[in-house]
Design a binder for this molecule. Structure first.
Ligand code: PHE
Length: 371
């Protein structure tokens, strides 16, 4: 009796393996950065409707999503599970750079292609030739915001408030600081203006910033802490502009920040009010399906599976991971909703960034900056 059951079970899983192209996904579906995972998977699923309606060499993509809760340990474990148990062809993920930095060595050692839609820290793609990304890196993003602070806002003094539990935050702060100083600016307030993910009380740090008298504050963090930071900053009487990067780009930021969102600017990958037709078609489709405006992660998730499907379509044998890795890494001029995607020799995408301003009602496109 038991034997019959086992046979039946095995035959079903073998059938599933032959019939579909299995792609794993490691995203924060719960925890402090959960909107990043939810938007990513929404974007991926939207693109999959089109991809699977057409099929790739007569097969459909089967997506297997694992929740990493925004944690490095869970990211490594989820990656191992997708490779060893599900036998996926490739993996999409994750969002937070510290999470992808934990997944990448696992994928690289097992020679399974991993494409991150969103992790911008420089180190991510240095982990090996199986690791690539569809987004720009923090070297570019940090320079964009330093120039914006110095040249557009004409600030001479900037303070930095850093999440020192995040590789993304530390790396982005470093680039901003270097570039801002190179442009003739000065960093004030000292280098102990740091917090950790899940902190909720920032007023002591903010009062210290106020005493240093900067003209702008750069906060390269995630929305879960940035929201309360903005809110409390205005409470302690700091009215100057706050600047950040893509980590603010969440549908929850405004609610968390309250009135604190006024006079803030970020760099990101995508602007929902960009006039580009491809962007507008995507925004319309996404809103119809999910009743919410898509943010950067929705757009990057969408583009990551488009890139994967394009690579799968160009290989002779889609189950050959080495061939798939080479196809991913030779992607050229692929049209995505976040721009034209070409993977360079370091497996990074060279793409433009947008600067957004938060105004009542949402994020607003201010300018597009090319590399
Ligand atoms: N770039 C961020 C990181 O590397 C992740 C992120 C990308 C968050 C896009 C939101 C939108 O950690």
């Amino acid at each position: 009796m038991i034997k019959i059951f086992v046979c039946f079970f095995l035959s079903i899983s073998i059938f599933a393996e032959e019939g579909t192209l299995k792609i794993g996904a490691v995203f924060p579906m719960t925890g402090p950065i959960a909107t990043f995972g939810q938007e990513s998977v929404n974007g991926i699923k939207l693109a999959l409707e089109k991809i699977n309606a057409k099929g790739i060499k007569g097969k459909k993509i089967e997506l297997i999503v694992e929740d990493n809760k925004g944690e490095a340990i869970d990211s490594a474990n989820a990656t191992r599970k997708l490779i060893e148990i599900d036998n996926v062809l490739a993996i999409l993920g994750s969002v937070a750079s510290s999470n992808t930095l934990a997944s990448a060595p696992v994928a690289q050692s097992k020679k399974v292609p991993l494409v991150t839609p969103a992790s911008t820290n420089e180190k991510v793609t240095t982990m090996g030739d199986y690791i690539s990304r569809v987004c720009f890196t923090d070297n570019f993003q940090g320079k964009v915001m330093a120039k914006f602070a110095r040249n557009t806002l004409k600030a001479e003094r900037a303070a930095l408030l850093i999440d020192n539990s995040s590789d993304y935050s530390k790396g982005l702060a470093e680039v901003f600081q270097r570039e801002f100083i190179a442009l003739g600016g000065k960093i004030v307030g000292g280098d102990d203006l740091v917090y950790q993910q899940r902190d909720v009380e920032f007023r002591t740090l903010l009062r210290k910033i106020k005493r240093a008298n900067p003209q702008v504050v750069f906060v390269p963090g995630y929305y879960s802490e940035v929201g309360p930071i903005l809110n409390q900053a205005r409470q302690v009487g700091i009215d100057i502009p706050f600047l950040g990067g893509d980590g603010w780009d969440s549908p929850n930021l405004q609610e968390l920040a309250g009135a604190g969102v006024k006079n803030t600017f970020i760099s990101s990958h995508f602007a929902p009010d960009d006039k580009d037709t491809m962007v507008q078609n995507f925004v319309k489709l996404y809103k119809e399906r999910y009743e919410e405006e898509p943010g950067a992660m929705a757009a990057l998730g969408y583009d990551s599976i488009i890139l994967m499907a394009d690579a799968l379509g160009r290989v002779k044998d889609p189950t050959n991971r080495e061939e798939l890795k080479n196809a991913i890494n030779s992607t050229k001029d692929l049209l995505g909703v976040t721009g034209r995607i070409s993977i360079d020799e370091n497996r990074n995408a060279v793409k433009s960034a947008v600067v957004l301003e938060y105004l009542p009602g949402g994020r607003h496109f201010k300018e597009k900056i090319s590399p």
